[in-house]
Design a protein around this ligand. Structure first.
Ligand code: AHM
Ligand code: MG
Length: 359
């Protein structure tokens, strides 16, 4: 029988699967930029390296209960004053090893290191800086729950002659790429280079991240509020008012996993709001601007959502120091605006009280 060409609609299922399996991360970056320029090639190579780091960390996490030095603490305390876990150290080193010889970055700045790691003289030096949180939510490691890694890429601008990285103290609009890896039942990599937000799922049989969701949009409103309510006693009254509001209205549901990446991932796909306000013990909150809040804010805004300190867009915040923290309210537009409205209302009340006291 003659071999008749089939119309597209009748493309066999296995061919469609093959087409899908060919949309790898590096190909996707180049497709998005519609260019083979040096910058496009750099971005594609940078993302490929991030993916390699993600695969190495995922491999260790999936066998964490079986291998030496994966679970538990090192006994050290990091620059943030937090106890360092063995996986924090491993994952931090993975990013360094993956990028050291790449010729793509000039330094790596991580939540786990007091100062940036500068590429040694005997290695090729690139034009970009990688900022990252190697294991986000690391308290989840020992109980086999989801954790993440967060990253942002910035172009080297200005001089960093004294090794203090003052030139990195810029707002979040200067990120040229950002994203996270979610180590859950499957490993996912979600990223943006300023052209929408896209999710890739690691296919272990291929060892490749394959496109699984393109142009993700955060719903304008969602039912989830995600916050550590154990801190209620430590919050400003405005945040308590917001929480009282959701407790008293139908349509809200609480979800909190103790790992920002997982909690944000749920909201990215299903809507709602994640909150980490300032507390009595940590007036600026817990989350770090350059390694956590700004990269996720970049994604939120690219997906049509919002990220706020309560009084200012996260992407507008200029840090004073590398490890600065910031309150974070992130997710659906309407839900972030609702939290902000409680903060603004309380501010107005305080101003009125002060004016009355002066009168
Ligand atoms: P880490 O990066 O040191 O793990 O800290 C960040 C994590 C976030 O993933 C999570 O949202 C938050 O800390 C949980 O903090 P808490 O235990 O105070 O609720
Ligand atoms: Mg962390």
């Amino acid at each position: 029988m003659a071999n008749v060409e089939q119309p597209l609609a009748q493309t066999p299922v296995q061919d469609r699967a093959l087409d899908r399996d060919c949309t790898t991360l590096s190909r996707h970056v180049l497709q998005q930029l519609q260019s083979f320029s040096a910058e496009a090639q750099d971005l594609s190579a940078l993302m490929t390296r991030v993916a390699l780091a993600a695969k190495l960390i995922a491999r260790r996490l999936t066998r964490a209960g079986l291998v030496e030095d994966a679970l538990g603490f090192t006994g050290r305390v990091n620059v943030q004053g937090e106890s360092v876990k063995k996986m924090d150290v491993y994952a931090n080193q993975v990013f360094i090893s993956v990028f050291e010889q790449s010729g793509l970055v000039c330094r790596l700045a991580s939540e786990e290191m007091e100062k940036p790691y500068y590429i040694p003289e005997n290695c090729p030096v690139g034009r970009y800086t990688l900022l990252y949180d190697p294991i986000d939510g690391s308290s989840n490691v020992d109980i086999n729950l989801n954790v993440g890694a967060i990253f942002a890429i910035r172009k080297q601008e200005g001089e960093d002659l004294d090794g203090t990285a003052q030139d990195l103290l810029q707002n979040g609009h200067n990120q040229i790429a950002a994203g996270y890896v979610l180590f859950g039942p499957s490993t996912m990599l979600v990223y943006s280079i300023g052209k929408g937000v896209h999710a890739f799922t690691l296919d272990p049989s291929l060892g490749e991240f394959i496109l699984s969701s393109e142009d993700i949009c955060i719903p304008e409103h969602g039912p989830v509020y995600s916050v550590n309510e154990g801190n209620f006693w430590q919050w400003d009254e405005s945040i308590r008012d917001y929480i009282r509001y959701v407790h008293r209205h139908e349509g809200y549901t609480a979800r909190y996993g103790g790992a920002l990446v997982g909690d944000f991932h749920r909201i990215l796909f299903q809507g709602g709001v994640f909150l980490y306000p300032g507390t009595v013990k940590k007036p600026e909150g817990k989350l770090r601007l350059l390694y956590e809040s700004a990269p996720l804010a970049f994604l939120a805004e690219q997906a049509g959502g919002r990220a706020s300190t309560g009084t200012q867009p996260i992407l507008d915040v200029i840090p004073k120091q590398l490890h600065d923290r910031t309150p974070l309210f992130i997710g659906s537009k309407e839900d972030v605006a609702l939290v902000e409205s409680f903060i603004q209302e309380r501010e107005r009340e305080q101003q009125d009280q002060m004016a009355a006291a002066r009168a």
